[in-house]
Design a protein around this ligand. Structure first.
Ligand code: ZN
Ligand code: ZN
Length: 356
């Protein structure tokens, strides 16, 4: 499946008049990538209303790649990419990414270049919420790598192995299966450490009787997978099994509430009410989920105070957890794609409690 970057740029240009701008300077690297295909640490893109051609500036390190993969945009070689493109927009009302551009950069460009800068909140991110099928296909690949790595690493999880060793095994296996790198810092939390939602894996060895929570994912072709599973090492105690069943029930309720038109608040509530009804409202302190794509956390977010409604073709996680300080925790997370009716599940690892 090929990606039509020109169509993405046209959608951005079409949105500019309602932002009171006649051009936009895109400087956030992931957004430049979305609009051109160029992955780099220093590039900027100028898109103007009513003009088909865009201008891409990058430095000598990326210029050959840019020429090869972006034949349909004008390319400028320049170290000061934003300055060069702002200079091209003299006299224009030039939208800039308010959530990304440093204040000092905003003043530098506005003072020196003669364009009127218009700070706009996340104009490209808005376009990125609904994915095209090519993007969903890339996410499918990233999630398949994640599933397979988990299956392959299960035999490693036994008494004596440390959290850090499990994390390394997952990351090594994902790389072997074709991941570019981990999508984020892997979380492995054994025993009482499972009560910390974002525990950093350390040297604690797994012990018989532990619940072990692993939150990890593959980055593949720029797209981020995100999955969490909690397993039991040795036969679980009654409270551990009850906690697992509760979180699994909440996760199922969240997944089933996810459909086009549902509010972000209602999807969150579907899962949260299950946990609250069991008396654990205070032990689930984070939102239910987040969009994934070219970033690991992107719009939309699911939470009690989150605005907006779910649209068709929006990849998103559903990840309730219950955390009991001093004892441990359970989190179950899938990456899904919201569709008109029922969501498409991308991470397919079983949600039965695995007893290792
Ligand atoms: Zn996660
Ligand atoms: Zn997540």
């Amino acid at each position: 499946m090929t990606v039509d970057h020109a169509a993405r740029r046209a959608r951005l240009a079409a949105a500019l008049p309602e932002l009171s701008a006649d051009a936009v300077l895109v400087t956030k690297p992931v957004n430049v990538r979305y609009l051109t295909g160029l992955a780099s640490s220093n590039a900027a893109l100028l898109v103007r209303v009513g003009e088909a051609g865009a201008v891409l500036a990058t430095d000598v390190r990326y210029i050959e790649t840019a020429r090869r993969i972006c034949p349909d945009v004008e390319i400028v070689q320049e170290r000061d990419v934003a300055g060069a493109l702002a200079g091209r927009a003299a006299g224009a009302r030039l939208a800039v990414e308010a959530h990304h551009m440093p204040v000092a950069e905003f003043h530098r460009l506005g003072d020196a270049r003669g364009a009127t800068l218009v700070p706009v909140s996340a104009p490209v991110e808005r376009l990125r919420v609904v994915k095209d099928e090519a993007e969903i296909d890339l996410l499918r690949t990233a999630c398949a790598i994640t599933d397979q790595a988990f299956a392959d690493v299960l035999p490693v999880i036994r008494p004596g192995v440390t959290e850090r060793e499990i994390a390394r095994a997952l990351e090594t296996r994902m790389a072997e299966l074709g991941a570019d790198k981990p999508a984020f810092d892997s979380i492995v939390a054994a025993g009482p450490n499972g009560a910390v939602p974002h525990h950093s894996p350390g040297d604690r060895p797994v012990r018989r009787g532990d619940l072990v929570t692993m939150d990890f994912g593959a980055l593949s072709a720029g797209y981020h997978a995100d999955m969490t599973r909690t397993v039991a090492v040795g036969e679980p105690a009654g409270w551990q099994r009850d906690l697992y069943d509760l979180v699994r029930e909440a996760q199922r309720a969240g997944r089933h509430a996810l459909r086009r038109g549902a509010s972000a608040h209602d999807v969150d509530a579907a899962a949260r009410e299950v946990i609250a009804a069991a008396g654990h409202a205070g032990d689930f302190g984070h939102g239910l989920g987040h969009g994934v794509g070219l970033e690991i956390h992107e719009d939309p977010f699911l939470g009690p105070d989150k605005p907006g409604r779910i649209e068709d073709r929006v990849p998103i996680t559903v990840e309730p957890g219950v955390y009991l300080p001093g004892k441990g925790g359970v989190r179950i997370e899938d990456t899904l794609v919201a569709r008109d009716d029922r969501p498409e599940l991308l991470t397919k690892t079983t949600k039965e409690l695995l007893v290792l």
